[in-house]
Design a protein around this ligand. Structure first.
Ligand SMILES: [Zn+2]
Length: 213
């Protein structure tokens, strides 16, 4: 049987660790799995709790660039691979709701990067939020990013009413987008709303706290 190849470094994957040995379809080699900088901690954003899986650093940052910017669809599998069973357990009681992508970003990429990431580990997420097309967020200064809130809304009548909601996004920088979604979820009748992000951009957050003083 052909040995699987690591999707990060392209080396053959050897059964050296328990996770690689137990996985029916290993995706990353043990060296790449070991180089992820996991954060796995809660922080607060406004009145909400946000759980961050990784630091905003290589290699996960580079994987996200390949996936989101270079449209490398194969990379959908690498991000949540070690967290699959935990997330599936959460999905039994919580609804995963995706932070919205603008129609333009979706058309440019050809897939919903968050939906595919969660879908790979067997989680069907809902998309209760809508976001108007506007300037790309990475080109916006801090004050401008805060206006993001005005471009996000809930779709349809009370899509999250009575539900325990986990709002999912890839990168939290100022936190404005995820905070807006969490506020909307609660205003829309959700029983609880907590954030989960792939990466927390710590450098940017420290900067934004300072500029708020
Ligand atoms: Zn590797």
């Amino acid at each position: 049987m052909k040995k699987p190849v690591c999707k990060s470094c392209f080396a053959d994957i050897q059964d050296k660790s328990l996770i690689t040995w137990l996985s029916p379809k290993p995706i990353l080699c043990d060296r790449c799995l070991g180089s992820e900088r996991r954060l796995m901690r809660f922080s607060t954003q406004g009145k909400h709790k946000i759980y961050s899986l990784f630091e905003y650093a290589s290699p996960v940052k580079d994987w996200l660039f390949r996936y989101k910017t270079l449209n490398d669809f194969e990379m959908r599998s690498v991000f949540l691979y070690p967290f699959g069973w935990t997330l599936r357990l959460l999905a039994k009681k919580w609804v995963f709701a995706l932070v919205p992508t603008t129609g333009q970003a979706y058309r440019d990429r050809g897939f919903d990067h968050l939906e595919e990431m969660l879908g790979y580990v067997g989680i069907k997420a809902v998309k209760p939020f809508a976001k108007d097309d506007g300037p790309s967020q990475k080109n916006l200064a801090y004050g401008e990013r805060m206006k993001v809130r005005e471009r996000i809304s809930l779709r349809g009548p009370a899509p999250l009413a009575g539900k325990k909601v986990l709002v999912f996004d890839d990168v939290m920088t100022t936190g404005a987008t995820i905070e807006a979604c969490l506020d909307l979820a609660l205003e829309g009748g959700a029983k609880s709303a907590t954030g989960i992000v792939l990466m927390e951009n710590l450098g940017m957050n420290i900067h934004s706290h300072i500029s708020n003083l």
